[in-house]
Design a protein around this ligand. Structure first.
Ligand code: COA
Ligand code: MG
Length: 324
């Protein structure tokens, strides 16, 4: 291990993240009562330019009137990009009026560390002026060539940054990849054409203690396609995926929840490595396979995820008001 110690970002369960256009308040109740770990209220691409202002008002109401945390959820706000004149009001209006009820801000099309700096500075001032009781986190969408080129620098840009999301549609547009449906595969490519970008983002996240999350799969009538995309992403180290429709939530929860046999085996690995260490050995065998300290680290990841899923289900945790 390097001598450099990286403190991991705040832990949150983020297996499934439902995108909810803030311009459609009739969806809020459905989102609240669904099973997504995370919700983001969207002010960006799912809201038409003429609706931005009214959507901001709905976002404030969604935060004030609905008890997301009471339902064990994390709630985030996707603001408009820094290249638009909507962005500053998105942050100021919503955080001033409902920042105490907001967990994170999601910055779309992050391209450089300065993009994060600007949101960080605004949040810092508003939190101080309004005496907000907690620090609002920042999440970024990596969905442009510039964002991916600077992904390691963005990952280190602020102590607020917690997670990075791969935005497949804008990324494809930015690099001019040929693709047919959002998050689907192009049959001309022999494999997963998103492998490089996702892997690169995962490495930046894991190097700097952030959560890597996969973005949307647009064809919500194709559950097999969604499951395959989620499993490919999980194989690369991604820990959650967006749902753009409620039917995608249980699939994300399933793919990003370690199965009972996997958790049981992980606990046995931890016990076996500990037993081996007690008699002065690093490597041991379990069920005919070699295990060592690296196996223990993999196993510990699985046990940590299983424990946080269990904690989300525990009523004592879901009832903490404003539990931040
Ligand atoms: N959040 C909460 N509820 C949702 C929802 C969402 N994102 N999408 C659909 N629903 C609800 C509908 O209101 C409907 O509820 P009802 O049965 O009580 O009437 C039910 O789920 C079925 O919806 P359906 O009729 O199949 O879809 P729709 O035509 O209303 O909407 C979309 C389809 C794609 C427009 C909608 O799902 C959506 O806006 N998704 C999010 C898009 C987005 O945020 N994009 C930006 C990120 S990529
Ligand atoms: Mg996008």
């Amino acid at each position: 291990m390097s001598f450099l110690r990286i403190e991991p970002a705040r832990q949150r369960l983020q297996r499934s993240e439902l995108a909810v256009p803030a311009s459609r308040p009739e969806l809020f109740g459905k989102a609240l009562h669904g099973d997504a770990d995370y919700i983001f209220l969207d002010l960006e691409d799912s809201v038409a330019p003429g609706e931005k202002e009214i959507a901001r008002g709905h976002a404030v109401k969604a935060l004030r009137d609905y008890d997301w945390r009471g339902r064990g959820k994390t709630v985030s706000l996707r603001i408009n990009g820094l290249d638009t004149h909507f962005m500053y009001r998105d942050v100021i209006d919503v955080v001033e009026l409902a920042g105490d009820r907001l967990d994170t801000i999601l910055i779309p099309k992050a391209g450089t560390p300065s993009d994060v700096y600007m949101v960080d500075a605004l949040l810092t001032q508003i939190e101080e002026a309004r005496a907000l009781p907690h620090r609002i986190g920042i999440e970024v969408l990596i969905e442009t060539a510039l964002g991916l080129a600077n992904v390691e620098a963005i990952a280190q840009s602020s102590r607020r940054v917690e997670a990075m999301h791969f935005g497949v549609a804008d990324y494809a547009a930015s690099v001019r990849a040929r693709t047919t449906s959002i998050g689907g595969l192009n049959p001309d490519y022999p494999g997963d054409q998103w492998h490089y970008a996702i892997s690169r983002m995962v490495v930046a996240c894991r190097a700097y203690g952030l959560r890597p999350i996969d973005g949307p799969f647009g064809d919500f009538k194709d559950p097999e396609g969604y499951l395959a995309a989620a499993r490919r992403a999980a194989a690369l180290g991604i820990e959650g995926k967006w749902a753009i429709h409620p039917t995608q939530i249980p699939m994300a929860n399933e793919v990003f929840t370690p199965g009972a046999p996997e958790v049981e085996r992980a606990r046995r690995i931890l016990a076996a490595v500990e037993e081996a260490a007690a008699v002065g050995r690093g490597a041991a065998q379990l069920d005919g396979k070699m295990i060592d300290a690296a196996s223990a680290r993999l196993a510990q990841n699985i046990v940590n995820t299983a424990d946080s899923i269990h904690a989300r289900r525990a009523p004592s945790l879901t009832l903490v008001p404003g539990g931040n």
